[in-house]
Design a protein. Structure first.
Length: 283
């Protein structure tokens, strides 16, 4: 399993890194289209559609993103898009977690399908607009999720249930602990403060997400960093909830050793739109 994970990660990086650091944004954004289309296909499978219908859903998701690109949306981050998207993720995410595994099948199938496609489209639009803003901005959001996950893992291993007796969400993801969440938040807070300082110290030509937040004051930077770390957990838990409700271990087997695309981007589904929401509010 470990060998598979490493090989898959190296293959992905061989495609992702050259596209990310290419001088123009289109290369990375085009590559992201493939991932989002795969995510649409996986979403169809998780909603018990057949192979043909799932492929059609992936194709529709792809066409929606391409239409947005051709329509010029990548150069126009709009508060009218990102404010409702960010608020919806907070409200709907909280409702889904409160409803639990048993609540997901009660959501009408057309609404589940439409909601998943909308979330995938917003994720692609957010990552594409972030890449247009600049590599430093995009990386600062992506690394936030990775740091939250890494710190949560090690904090959970070291302190799990020692500080808080009960697990975070045992019916959804038995391995997650409150100590892990707190560790992830601590890691993200450190990341945000250091990255904002580094941008100013080295006069970064493209400001990071954290520098934009720091313009509103240190308190804003701290509160948003902690909130973003929490929402990365929400994204992870929501996907776990959906998989558990349909009896799936992974969203697919597209990425050997890692599961599917949705398994890799679940924490980014809420955090990328929220990052764009704060960006549009502060610029």
């Amino acid at each position: 399993m470990l060998k598979q994970r490493v090989i898959t990660a190296l293959v992905l990086l061989a495609f992702l890194l050259p596209a990310l650091f290419y001088r123009e944004a289109w290369a990375f954004n085009a590559l992201m289209l493939a991932f989002i289309a795969a995510g649409g296909w996986e979403w169809g499978r998780l909603n018990r559609l057949g192979m043909t219908a799932s492929l059609a859903l992936g194709a529709f998701t792809l066409l929606l993103c391409v239409a947005s690109w051709l329509g010029g949306l990548l150069d126009q981050p709009s508060l009218r898009v990102w404010l409702p998207a960010g608020v919806a993720w907070v409200v709907v995410g909280a409702w889904l977690l409160r409803a639990g595994v048993a609540g997901w099948p009660q959501v009408p199938a057309p609404l589940r399908l439409a909601g998943g496609v909308l979330a995938l489209w917003l994720t692609w639009l957010a990552v594409a607009q972030a890449r247009v803003i600049g590599i430093n901005f995009l990386l600062s959001v992506l690394v936030l999720v990775w740091v939250a996950d890494i710190f949560a893992y090690f904090a959970g291993r070291a302190f799990g249930t020692r500080l808080v007796a009960r697990k975070l969400a045992p019916a959804i993801s038995p391995g997650k602990s409150w100590e892990g969440v707190m560790g992830g938040m601590a890691g993200v807070l450190i990341l945000a403060l250091v990255w904002a300082w580094a941008d100013g110290h080295w006069a970064a030509p493209v400001r990071s997400f954290y520098s934009h937040l720091a313009n509103g004051g240190t308190l804003l930077l701290v509160l948003v960093a902690l909130g973003m770390a929490a929402m990365s957990v929400v994204g992870d838990l929501v996907e776990s909830l959906i998989k558990r409700s349909v009896g799936a271990k992974d969203s697919s087997g597209l990425l050997p050793g890692h599961g599917g695309v949705l398994d890799r981007v679940d924490a980014l589904l809420p955090t990328l739109p929220l990052a764009m929401m704060f960006y549009t509010l502060l610029t």
